[in-house]
Write a protein that binds this ligand. Structure first.
Ligand code: CU
Length: 455
C-alpha cells in the first residue's frame, strides 16, 4: 500500500530523476490550432519564468496551460492541408492544423507535460530530438513505448534540462510520417533571459517533399530525389522574409529534417555559428562564416549584426534546392538550335516550347503548368523575376523597422547610384598571355595520353 508519505517520497525521487509527476490532470488542455501560414507575432509568455520569445517563420508558437507549475501542451497529429506557396496546396500530416507543427517554447528547468493525441490512420509517437529526458519519454515506438494507437492520447512528462535548440518528430513509421510533414521546432530558453540576448530570434525547419506536378499528396517512398525543398514546409516565394532593424543582433536557428545537407548562405554579412545540437558555443570558440552547412538531423543557431541595409538573400547554396517542382532528367540544350524541332513538335503538341537554348532562366517562360504545381523558380522582385524557389528567403534590414515590428517593409529603396548599372563606354580587348589563342571558332587543346606508370 502506498501511504501519502511514501508517495511524496517517491515523487521527490522521480523529480530528481527528471520525471515531473504522474499526470493529475482532470481534463485535456485545449488543442490550439492555426490555419494560416502567415508568420505569427512572438508569443510573449503570459505566466511562468520570463524569456524572449522566438519568431517561427511562416509559423507560430503553441500556447500552454499552467497546472500546478507544470507547463501543459497539447499536440494533435492529424491530416492537414498546407499551402507551399500561393498556387499550390498539399495534403500532408501535421500537428494542430499545420505542417510543421507549432513551436514549443519552454525555459530551462521547466516541468513539461505534453499530451499527444493521434488522429492519424496509423500508430504514432513523438521523439523529443536532442533533449535530456528519462528514457521512457524519448518517444521511440517499440523501444521506449508502445505506439500511440489511432484515436488515443499519450502523455510525455519531463524537465527541460538543457537550454538550446531542439526539434520534435515521429519515431513511428518514420519514413512515411516525416515524408508527410510531421515535425516541429522546440526551444528551451536559458534561465537567465539576458544570457546571449538577441534582438530577433527566428526559427524554422528544413523539409523535403516529392509531390509530382498535378498531384496533392507526397510520394512517401522517395529516398533522395525530392522536388520540393522547404523552409517550414513553404517554398519561395511562399517563404516570409525576416524583417529586422538596422543594427539588430539577429539569431537564426534551423533544424534539418531532410535527407541531405544544406549549406545555408547569407549575403552581405558574416555570421558566427553560436549553437549546435549540443548547446551554445563559447564566444572564444566561434569563427566567422558566410555559409554554414547543416547536416541531416542537425540543428544550428547563427548570429550576426544586421548592419547593412537592404534585401539580403538567405538560401541553401545547392542550386537544385532553390528551385521548385520539376523533372530532373532534362538534357542540357545550351547552344543547340531547336527551332526546327519545336515547329515539328508543335504540330503534335501545340504547347511545346523549346527550352534551355540560352540557359534555363524561367523569367520569360509561359508554358502552361499542370494544376497544383509551381513554376520551377519564380518570385517577382523590384527588378523582375528573382528566378529562385525552394529554400530561399531574404533578410530585410531597415533603419526604420521598429523594435518588435516584424511586418514586411516592402522592397529596399536603394540610395541613388548604389545599384549595378550598364556600362556604355568602350570595351577594350582583353589582355591574354603571350601565345595564348582562345576563340569560339577554334579552341586549341592538347590531349595528354596515358604514359604508363612513371614511378
Ligand atoms: Cu539545400
Amino acid at each position: 500500500m502506498v501511504s501519502r508519505r511514501n508517495f511524496l517520497a517517491s515523487a521527490a525521487t522521480m523529480v530528481g530523476a527528471g520525471v515531473v509527476t504522474r499526470v493529475g490532470a482532470a481534463s485535456l488542455p485545449e488543442a490550439v490550432i492555426m490555419e494560416t501560414a502567415a508568420t505569427q507575432a512572438p508569443l510573449a509568455p503570459p505566466n511562468g519564468r520570463p524569456y524572449h520569445p522566438v519568431v517561427t517563420l511562416n509559423g507560430w508558437s503553441l500556447p500552454w496551460r499552467m497546472n500546478n507549475s507544470v507547463k501543459e501542451f497539447h499536440l494533435v497529429a492529424e491530416p492537414v492541408v498546407r499551402e507551399f506557396a500561393p498556387g499550390m496546396k498539399a495534403n500532408l500530416w501535421g500537428y494542430n492544423g499545420q505542417s510543421p507543427g507549432p513551436t514549443i517554447e519552454v525555459v530551462e528547468g521547466d516541468q513539461v507535460r505534453i499530451f499527444v493525441t493521434n488522429k492519424l490512420p496509423e500508430e504514432h509517437s513523438i521523439h523529443w530530438h536532442g533533449q535530456r529526458l528519462p528514457n521512457g519519454m524519448d518517444g521511440v515506438t517499440g523501444l521506449t513505448q508502445p505506439g500511440i494507437p489511432p484515436g488515443k492520447t499519450f502523455v510525455y512528462e519531463f524537465t527541460a534540462k538543457r537550454p538550446g535548440t531542439f526539434m520534435y518528430h515521429p519515431h513511428a513509421d518514420e519514413m512515411v510520417q516525416m515524408a508527410m510533414g510531421l515535425m516541429g521546432f522546440w526551444v528551451t530558453h536559458p534561465k537567465n533571459p539576458d544570457f546571449m540576448r538577441v534582438d530577433r530570434d527566428f526559427v524554422f525547419l528544413l523539409g523535403n517533399y516529392d509531390i509530382q506536378p498535378g498531384s496533392y499528396t507526397p510520394k512517401v517512398s522517395t529516398m533522395l530525389d525530392f522536388n520540393l525543398w522547404t523552409i517550414n514546409t513553404r517554398v519561395f516565394p511562399g517563404v516570409d522574409s525576416m524583417n529586422v532593424r538596422q543594427g539588430d543582433r539577429v539569431r537564426i536557428r534551423m533544424g534539418n529534417l531532410t535527407m541531405t545537407n544544406h549549406p545555408f548562405h547569407l549575403h552581405g554579412h558574416e555570421f558566427a555559428v553560436t549553437g549546435t545540437d549540443g548547446g551554445w558555443i563559447r564566444p572564444e570558440a566561434r569563427f566567422p562564416e558566410v555559409t554554414m552547412d547543416i547536416g541531416v538531423g542537425q540543428m544550428r543557431a547563427l548570429e550576426f549584426i544586421a548592419d547593412e541595409p537592404g534585401d539580403w538573400p538567405f538560401h541553401c547554396h545547392k542550386s537544385h534546392h532553390t528551385m521548385n517542382a520539376m523533372g530532373h532528367n532534362i538534357p542540357t540544350m545550351i547552344g543547340v538550335d531547336q527551332k526546327g524541332i519545336a515547329e515539328k513538335i508543335n504540330r503534335l503538341v501545340p504547347d511545346y516550347m523549346a527550352m534551355g537554348e540560352r540557359g534555363g532562366a524561367m523569367g520569360s517562360m509561359e508554358m502552361p503548368l499542370p494544376d497544383n504545381t509551381l513554376p520551377m523558380a519564380t518570385g517577382e522582385g523590384p527588378f523582375g523575376n528573382i528566378e529562385m524557389g525552394g529554400m530561399f528567403t531574404t533578410v530585410k534590414v531597415r533603419k526604420e523597422q521598429k523594435p518588435g515590428d516584424y511586418s514586411d517593409p516592402g522592397w529596399y529603396k536603394h540610395p541613388k547610384g548604389s545599384v549595378a548599372y550598364e556600362w556604355t563606354g568602350n570595351v577594350p580587348a582583353a589582355t591574354r598571355a603571350p601565345g595564348a589563342s582562345l576563340s569560339a571558332a577554334g579552341v586549341e587543346y592538347r590531349a595528354r595520353k596515358p604514359q604508363g606508370h612513371q614511378h
